[in-house]
Design a protein around this ligand. Structure first.
Ligand code: CA
Length: 235
């Protein structure tokens, strides 16, 4: 798997390369947006770690150009931003990035997010697509539409409405990803939605009541202030 790291701060670029290199990813690094576009064409990365603020072209522009002309491989893009307010803004722009991380971030978490993205690509393009998502406490079978939660030594079925099931399955398809309300609505309702985005919060609250040990202090479905939600379950 090829990963292109586009980051103009050398220490951060080196750190990312070190951690991804340890996982046997084949990495190339560059420090500005124009170079990124050039290297992209020859290197054909499966995934790009793309800093937002770059000399030359910024990360948004790089992302837009690659999405317009992806070439043989349409890479996953994990965007790095300097602070939370920026994150809020760029998610609102629907940039075409697949995931976002705010600096400073833990390199281990970056590796986990990269793996989650690439697993998704294997699932979509592989011979035998998995119809089951598993995390440490949950199993969701998309064919049978059954959701199980680990309780003590066994797994118990969770009684969910179809919408709650889809919501949980969406979260489990990509643990650790930050979803804003619009993205969840697109997954759950498609283009058929004309209501208030905050309806998502209502369904989240109901799902939390069913799966969280303490729904006032969620351990699985975390609120990301100013953005939306993130599902976490160590596995
Ligand atoms: Ca930068």
């Amino acid at each position: 798997m090829n990963i292109l790291i586009v980051e103009d701060e050398p220490e951060i670029a080196e750190l990312i390369q070190l951690y991804l290199g340890k996982e046997n990813f084949n990495c190339q690094v560059c420090a500005d947006g124009l170079a990124a576009i050039e290297i992209f064409k020859s290197f054909q990365p499966d995934l790009m770690v793309l800093d937002l603020m770059l000399p030359g072209l910024d990360g948004l522009e790089v992302c837009a150009r690659i999405r317009q002309q992806p070439g043989p491989k349409d890479p996953y893009i994990l965007m790095l931003t300097a602070k939370g307010e920026e994150l809020d803004r760029i998610i609102g722009l629907s940039t075409g990035a697949d995931d976002y991380m705010v600096k400073p971030f833990s390199p281990r978490e970056l590796v986990a997010r990269v793996r989650a993205l690439l697993r998704r690509s294997l699932r979509q393009g592989g011979q035998a697509p998995s119809q089951t998502y598993r995390t440490a406490h949950f199993t969701v079978d998309l064919d049978q539409r059954v959701a199980l939660q680990q309780q003590g030594s066994g797994a118990e079925p969770i009684e969910l409405t179809p919408l709650e099931f889809d919501l949980l399955a969406t979260f489990m398809s990509y643990p650790g990803r930050v979803w804003n309300r619009a993205q969840l609505i697109e997954r759950l309702w498609g283009d058929e939605f004309f209501g208030d985005e905050r309806v998502v919060d209502t369904h989240i609250a109901r799902l939390r009541k069913k799966i969280e040990p303490d729904s006032s202090q969620p351990t699985f479905i975390k609120t990301v202030i100013g953005v939306g939600y993130r599902f976490e379950d160590e596995s």
